[in-house]
Unconditional design. Sequence first.
Length: 127
Amino acid sequence: MPANQDRYETAVARYFEAWNAGGKEALTKAVAAAWTADGTYTDPLSDVRGRDGIAAVIAGAHEQFPGFEFRLTGAVDGHHDLARFSWELVAVVDGSAPVAGFDVITLSDDGRIRSVHGFLDRVPAGS
């Protein structure tokens, strides 16, 4: 295991805490804990900078997929200030996972996320 593996796993754990936060106040706190103030989030559907924009993207996902949570699939892989990991969006009720992808994150010196580049591997038909 690389010496910095805990750093990558901690950053990814904070990332999932933000994506799974319930309520505006919890979401705001979780995004602040996970991202730098000028952090970015880019995927095929979004391209935002700053914590407010990131929180809005996450809130939008919650509105589109109520009763779902994001879960890590597999191990976190990292080197230097980069980490990559795969995830699924899972229905709490039945475990179905209509959305899956992987993200590459860049970390700041304090371990917060500076940037996310997300890729969607599986999306529902019509999305």
